[in-house]
Ligand binder design. Structure first.
Ligand SMILES: O=P(O)(O)OC[C@H]1O[C@](O)(COP(=O)(O)O)[C@@H](O)[C@@H]1O
Length: 409
């Protein structure tokens, strides 16, 4: 049994996550936000303005202008305000689920950024790693993150069923109007190196047609809805800043966690992915396992011989949320051409978000959101990105990697 204490401020609160197999006890702080420092968060805006004014004055040679006072509008731009301003369009129940999800993401962010994460990782490695192929070993922090999100959704009282990468089958909670699918901690194989990771989630309305079926079947039917039925989706990116990118069906919006007061603040309203980018993101050590179409596409864009007459650059973090986040901001294409990523809780939520940012999500042939899922952990090739880049890629025909031998690292 591992017992570690994670406290970020006033009060040390023990929550217990028990996994029968691993018997893990991790006390975590009830609130992940550090105690309010003497600097209120509005001061951060003032400070940001000062820095911008100084940078401008340096480049223009003029004197620094004092920051203008922060307006009430700016003060109100938290996730809570954002959700409450969407009254009418957004059910209260959905807002409640989202608030519980974002709280869970803050807990995960705090855990990942603390020495406790290292303790969890190293102490559980032996018990799990000994029996499973190294690459597919569930990382302890995936399991803890799963427990954090599951507990938050249960507490929301509004979730009927859930599906997670870390659960063998769909889970039935019972009463509740919503269904949540999620990957609690994607990219976790990089975690020991402090490389960014992310949480992916999607929310559906529960389906009345499943009423009366046995619980297992009800849960399964509810989580196997096509992505076109999503009401909301998003990801949390745990990186130099913790970001939450979210859609509730009216655009893609980015929030940054302000650790001085523990709230997500709207920093990237109405994110639009550029129509075309100049960056491709793929594990190109797999080049010789790729089909001819994908090889030709990558060869062409590398050499500036594609539709866009400039040479593309490569960026690959091997952490889906981080690779996608960069793609949404800078444009281009993030892909995994082999059947590796999961339709239900990775491809669908991310495709919905990307479409809300004016981009496209494809399996190389079809729009992801039109695919009818047939099983929970179904995998497929995934291409996400700028609309012109995705259309160009699809025009090369065979871009799906059918050879999928399993790779060591
Ligand atoms: O090994 P590949 O094909 O480069 O796959 C990397 C991808 O796998 C992931 O790590 C997800 O895999 P897991 O869900 O098995 O952890 C993504 O974050 C990343 O984009």
């Amino acid at each position: 049994m591992l017992s570690c204490s994670l406290s970020l401020g006033q009060g040390r609160v023990s929550s217990v996550f028990n996994r029968p197999k691993y018997s893990l006890r991790i006390p975590v702080s009830r609130s992940v936000s550090p105690p309010a420092r003497s600097v209120p968060w509005t001061a951060n805006l003032v400070q940001a303005r000062r820095i911008t004014a100084m940078a401008n004055s340096v480049s223009s040679g003029t004197s620094v202008e004092l920051a203008a006072p922060v307006t009430v509008e700016e003060e109100a731009a938290t996730l809570i305000d954002f959700l409450s301003r969407r009254e009418g369009a957004l059910d209260d129940g959905l807002a409640v689920v989202l608030m519980h999800l974002q709280a869970a993401c803050k807990r995960i962010a705090a855990l990942l950024a603390s020495p406790a994460a290292l303790q969890v990782t190293s102490s559980m490695k032996d018990s799990i790693g000994a029996t499973t192929a190294a690459r597919d070993v569930p990382k302890p922090l995936d399991i803890v993150s799963n427990d954090i999100i599951k507990a938050a959704l249960k507490r929301s009282g509004n979730v009927a069923a859930l599906a997670s990468e870390e659960e063998d089958s769909a889970v039935w909670f019972g009463d509740g109007q919503y269904v949540v699918v999620f990957d609690p901690l994607d990219g976790s194989r990089n975690i020991d190196a402090s490389i960014p990771t992310g949480t992916i989630f999607g929310i559906y309305k529960s389906i009345p047609e499943a009423e009366g079926l046995p619980e297992e079947e009800k849960a399964s039917r509810n989580v196997l809805q096509p992505g076109s039925k999503l009401l909301a989706s998003g990801y949390a990116l745990y990186s130099s800043a913790t970001m939450l990118c979210l859609t509730v069906g009216s655009g893609c919006h980015g929030f940054t966690l302000d650790t001085s007061f523990g709230e997500f603040v709207l920093t990237h309203p109405n994110l639009h992915i550029p129509k075309r980018g100049q960056i491709y993101s793929v594990n190109d050590a797999r080049y010789y396992d790729w089909p001819a179409g994908l090889r030709r596409y990558i060869d062409d864009i590398r050499q500036g011989k594609g539709q866009y007459p400039k040479k593309y650059s490569a960026r690959y973090i091997c952490s889906l949320v981080a690779d996608l986040h960069r793609t949404i901001l800078y444009g281009g294409i993030a892909m995994n051409p082999r059947s590796h990523l999961r339709l239900v809780y990775e491809a669908n939520p991310l495709s919905y978000l990307v479409e809300q940012a004016q981009g496209k999500g494809s399996d190389g042939k079809r729009r992801i959101l039109d695919i009818e899922p047939t099983k929970l952990h179904e995998r497929l090739p995934l291409f996400l990105g700028s609309p012109d880049d995705i259309l160009e890629l699809e025009s090369y025909g065979d871009v799906q990697q059918l050879v999928n031998p399993g790779y060591e690292v």
